[in-house]
Write a protein that binds this ligand. Sequence first.
Ligand SMILES: Cc1cc2nc3c(=O)[nH]c(=O)nc-3n(C[C@H](O)[C@H](O)[C@H](O)COP(=O)(O)OP(=O)(O)OC[C@H]3O[C@@H](n4cnc5c(N)ncnc54)[C@H](O)[C@@H]3O)c2cc1C
Length: 597
Amino acid sequence: MNKLDAQRQKEIQQAEELLFAGPQALGFAKGLFQGHFVADWVMPYPRIQEAEQGELDHTLAELRKFLNGDLDPAEIDRQANIPRSVIDGLGRIGVLGMTAPKEYGGHGFSQMANCKVLEEIGRRCASTSVFVNAHHSIGIRALLLFGTHEQNQKWLPKLVTGEQLGAFALTEREAGSDAANVQMQARPSEDGSHFILNGEKRYITNAAIAHELTVMARTPMPGSDKTAVTAFLVTPDMPGFEMLEARMPKTGIKGTATGRFALRDVKVPKENILGPIGKGLKVALTVLDFGRTTFGACCTGAAKTCLELAVTHANTRRQFNKTLGEFELVRKKIARIAADAYAMEAMTTVTASFIDRGLEDYMLETAMLKVFTTERLWECINDVFQIYGGSAYFTDLPLERMLRDARINQIGEGANEVLTSFIALVGMRGPGMEFKEIYDTMMKPSRDGMSKAWTAGKNRLSATVRVPDVPVQSEQLRAHARQLGRLIRHFNFAVNRALITYREPILDMQLVQERIANAAMDLFASTCVLSRIDGEIQFAARNGNAASPDHSAADLFLRQSFRRIRGFLAGLTDNDDKAVIAAAKSCLTSGTTEMAS
Ligand SMILES: Cc1cc2nc3c(=O)[nH]c(=O)nc-3n(C[C@H](O)[C@H](O)[C@H](O)COP(=O)(O)OP(=O)(O)OC[C@H]3O[C@@H](n4cnc5c(N)ncnc54)[C@H](O)[C@@H]3O)c2cc1C
C-alpha cells in the first residue's frame, strides 16, 4: 500500500468510527439516496405547540421592541463592536439561554422556537446573530448536550443570562476545514488530576469576550499509542491563557470579536472535560448540527430583509417613466428572492423539528440546510444589490454591509465545498455498501454472502423501479407530489449508475459529488416547501378560510427546483469535467513554474 492509499484508509476508518458508529436509522436524506421518501420525518409540516407558541409570541414581541429601539446595525459595523447594553438586553429577554432548561435559568424553548428568535435577529444584524450563535448555538450548546449535572449547575446559570459569555474553539492554523487535524495538545498530569494544554487557536468568535470556551485538544488515548481529540472547558483566567489578538480586523460581521489565543501549559482540571475522552470530534459535530440549524434561521431572516428592500425600491424608483418593478428582469429577481426565502424558512423549520423530535441522525439535513441557505442568501443579496443599482454601493444604505456580512456564511461552520462533498459521500454510503455486498459475493461466493447480496440486489432493483409515494393531503398539490416522487426515483437511478460506473474513485470525484449533493439538496428543499404549502392549505381549510393562501412564490420554487434537479442529474453524463480538470491542472502547474522562476 503506498503512502496516499494508507492515508486514505486511515481517513476512511476515522470517518467510519466518527460518523457511523452506533445504530443507523434511515433518516430523510439518507432515504433519498436509497430511493425512499421517509414521509413521517417531513410530513405533516411541523408546528410549534400551542403553549410554546404563546410564550414565543410574547418573546418575539419583546425582542422586536428591543431590537427596533436599541439595536443599530450600522453603528455596530462602524464601531466594530456590539455594545454591552445590547448583550445585556438580549440576556434580559432570554435570547442567550433560549434552549437551556428552565432549571438552569434558561427559557426551555424548542429548537424550532429558537430558530424563530434567530430569524428575527438575522433580519436586522448579522454581527448580532453570529454573536448569539457563537455564544448559544455552539458555545454553550456543548455544555447543554454533553455536560454532566454538576458541570451544568456550575457553568450554565451565568451563561444563560449573558452575565458570562461562551465560545467554541476548534479552528487552528492546521485544522481549518480539516477539523480532525487538531494540533493543540492536552497531556495528563502525573497524578491524573488535570490536563496540561498547549497550542494556539485562531478565528474564534467571542474568544476575547468569553468567560467559558469549549476548546478542542488532542489527548493520548489510555492503553494505546493513539491520540484523539477531547473537548475541555477553559476559562481565560487560567494561568497560561494568552490572548494573541482580541479582534482580528475583517471584512464583515465586524461587530463580532474574532480572536486568536494561545494556551501555554494551561492546567485544566479533569472535571472540565466535556463528554467522553477522545470523543471531542463527536462533540464538535453534534454541536455544529445545532449551529447549522440556527445558521439557516439567520439566513432566512436576512433573505426576508432582502425581499422587503427589493420590493420597496422596485415600487418607488422610476426609470424610463416606469417603476423598476414594471420591468420583467427586475420582477424575475424579486420572484426568485421570494421563492428562496419561502424555501429557506421551510427547510429551517423542518430541520429544527428533527432535533425537537429527538430523531436519531440528521447530520446530512443540517449540512444541506447550511449549504443551501447560505448559497441562496448570497444570491438574494446579489439580486437586491443589483435592483438598487449605484445606490447599493454607498454606505448610507445597508446593502454593502449585508453583502460583506453574508460572505462568511459560505465559509464558516464548514466550508460549503467540504459539506457538499460530505453530503454526497455520506448519502451514497448506504447504496454503496449494498453494491459492495453484491460485488464481493460475485468475486468470492459464500452461502451467507449470497443471501446478503440477494437482499442488497433486491433493494437496489426495487428502488429503481418504484416511484416513492409523496403523501400530500391537498388535492391541488398532487401533481407536484408525483413529480417529486419521479425525481427521487430518477435521483436514485443516477446515484446507482454513478456508483457502478466510478466505484471507489468516486471518493475523489468532487465534480460528480457536487451534482449529486446539489440534486439531493434541492430534493430536500422541495420536500420542505411542498410540506409547508400542504400544511398552510390544510390549516386555512381547518380554520374556515375558503381562499387558499397565496403560494405563487412557493409554486415558483418547486418549478425551479425541479428544473435544477433535472439539470444536475443530466450533468452527470453531459459535462465538461475533463476540460475543467485539464484547465485547472494547467494553471496550477504553470503557476508553480512561474513562481519558481
Ligand atoms: C469570521 C469568522 C468566525 C469564525 N468563528 C469560528 C469559531 O467561533 N470557532 C471555530 O472553531 N472556528 C471559527 N471560524 C473558523 C471557520 O470555521 C474556518 O474558517 C472554516 O472552517 C474554514 O477553514 P479555513 O479558514 O482554515 O479554510 P481552509 O481549510 O484553508 O479552506 C479554504 C478553502 O478551501 C476549500 N477547501 C478546503 N477543503 C476542501 C475540500 N476537502 N474540498 C474542496 N474544497 C476544499 C474551500 O473552498 C475553503 O473555503 C471562523 C472563521 C471566520 C472567518
